[in-house]
Design a binder for this molecule. Sequence first.
Ligand code: SF4
Ligand code: SF4
Length: 164
Amino acid sequence: MAFARPKIPGLLKGMGVTLKTLGRTVTKGADTVQYPHEKEAPPVRSRGVIALREDNCTVCMLCARQCPDWCIYIEGHKTLAPPRRAGGQPRSVSLLDRFDIDYALCMYCGICVEVCPFDALFWSPEYEYSEPRIADLLHDKDKLGEWMETVPEAPELEAGAQKK
Ligand code: SF4
Ligand code: SF4
């Protein structure tokens, strides 16, 4: 069986990349950090964990239906709320009983955050929530609500942009 001989220009090019990277590492230091002894501050728009603003959720189920991994579990019930105006009919409203995201299944696509019509889901750059037990990666609505504290303020609109 004949083996193809390596091409010298390709080898030299590869060695050049190796030496260049080695030189940069020696002069500027490695691009990696020794986690968990050192921690990087991720950019504010990083997809770390999803936070839930429960008050905004109308139990419309859009996020759960659009999630490609089927890892959002929602349960709710209907109840009657007082009418908006005096003399009006009581309103039927949905209340959230359960809202879980299973981070063992989530692929961080962001579709749920994008499709929510009521601004109830937000990305937080927080990433330190690994667990020894995979079952503990199921975050319930209380836990998802706590992540709201880590959601950064929305950036200022660019000049000329209009609010929706
Ligand atoms: S980020 Fe994607 S996979 Fe994760 S819960 Fe949202 S829609 Fe599902
Ligand atoms: S899409 Fe938004 S409002 Fe609808 S169930 Fe999901 S989080 Fe709640």
